[in-house]
Design a protein around this ligand. Structure first.
Ligand code: NAG
Length: 363
């Protein structure tokens, strides 16, 4: 008569024989997932490896890539959005600790179908933002082409490093039809954006809230420059480093803009180093608390402190009828070390620093 332990061994062998292969296949299916349509993007929560082979997104559809924590997501083809009645974001990456690599493929927003020169202020409804980065992790090597309005919103909730991105809205320059085509709108903590290129018709980067933000080695072409703000009521930005960027052409170079009406808001500890800004037609450096005016009556509900141009020369060269450096403060404080700011050209500076003391600099 077989012992009890033999029965148990037999039972477990049978269990393995029956359950083994099936569960192995399921696991394999879940681990690597191929996205080649809107439908195949819909449930990626068990996928640790996602390959997007490229597809077209029809009118009325949006796509969210929500893969397993730590997933690798790669593109091997382009994603093209048809003209759509959907509101933005049209494509969202929302994965914790993602490693996204676009393989230099393109995400095409079909902007020319919407562009009418009015941006998000009127005319044809334009889905915005076009692409949203949520979750956390690394986002690399993709081209965002022809966004209807704002291109990329970075609203991550953990450490994020964004690099090797191209925002190409150059076609929006034709007949001045592209508008509000911000490159990166940033709100969150511990975010680095580096080594990327933006060609557009509004802010290259706009930082709307958060702390521990680094903007480095960007190339901004024809934009409204690199901006903190506009800062609205309840929003604060602190500990920002803007370094090694090249801003060429466009209305503004480097800006801090706080809404005149903002309350419970602030901007503190912003350091600019080793940036090259050239061919600016309106304002080289503008720090204002009177937004949306450039140099109007400033508010006092969004104080600014700790602004520095240090750690490597930032050169700003502006057109002959541009404003060189304008500071329009209602509530600014501290000593601002501008010793590494070197501005040339322009019709002069207007410095109204309230209680801040500006030291050094050539402007
Ligand atoms: C400022 O931000 C940087 C980059 O995220 C971070 O390394 C540093 O610790 C922060 N400094 C402070 C004082 O929070």
């Amino acid at each position: 008569m077989p012992s009890v332990s033999t029965y148990l061994r037999l039972a477990s062998l049978v269990a393995v024989a029956v359950a083994g292969p099936a569960s192995k296949t399921d696991t394999a299916k879940r681990a690597t997932c191929t996205v080649d349509s809107v439908a195949t993007a819909s449930d990626l929560s068990d996928c640790t490896d996602v390959v997007i082979t490229g597809f077209t997104v029809a009118d009325g559809e949006t796509v969210t890539i929500s893969a397993a924590e730590g997933a690798t997501v790669t593109m091997t083809g382009d994603i093209t959005f048809a003209s759509t009645t959907s509101s933005g974001p049209l494509l969202t990456f929302d994965t914790t600790s993602i490693a996204f690599n676009g393989g230099d493929n393109t995400i095409d927003g079909n902007g020319p179908d919407y562009w009418d020169g009015l941006g998000t202020d009127g005319g044809v409804p334009k889905p915005h933002p076009f692409v949203k980065f949520k979750g956390s992790g690394t986002f690399e090597d993709v081209t965002i082409l022809n966004s209807p309005a704002q291109a990329i919103s970075v609203g991550t909730d953990g450490t994020a490093v964004v690099s090797g991105i191209t925002v190409n809205n150059a076609a929006g320059n034709t007949n001045s039809l592209g508008a509000n085509t911000d490159g990166f709108d940033v709100e969150g903590d511990d975010i680095t954006i580096s080594g990327s290129t933006v060609n557009n018709q509004d802010d290259c980067v706009a930082i709307n809230g958060g702390e521990g933000i680094v903007i480095e080695d960007l190339i901004c072409i024809g934009s409204h420059g690199i901006s903190i703000g506009s800062i609205a009521t309840g929003k604060s930005v602190s500990n920002v480093t803007i370094t090694g960027n090249t801003v060429t052409g466009g209305l503004y170079g480097l800006r801090i803009k706080v809404d005149a009406t903002a309350t419970d808001a602030s901007v503190s500890d912003v350091t600019y180093s080793s940036n090259t800004v050239s061919e600016i037609s309106e304002f080289g450096v503008l720090i204002t608390q009177s937004y949306p005016e450039n140099d109007g009556t400033p508010g006092t509900g969004g104080p600014i402190s700790g602004i520095a141009f240090t750690g490597g020369t930032t050169t700003v060269s502006v057109d002959s009828d541009a404003n060189t450096v304008v500071i329009d403060c209602g509530a600014c404080s501290g000593t601002w070390d501008f010793s590494d700011l070197d501005v040339t050209g322009g019709k002069g500076s207007v410095i109204d620093p309230n209680d801040a003391v500006i030291s050094g600099g050539s402007f």
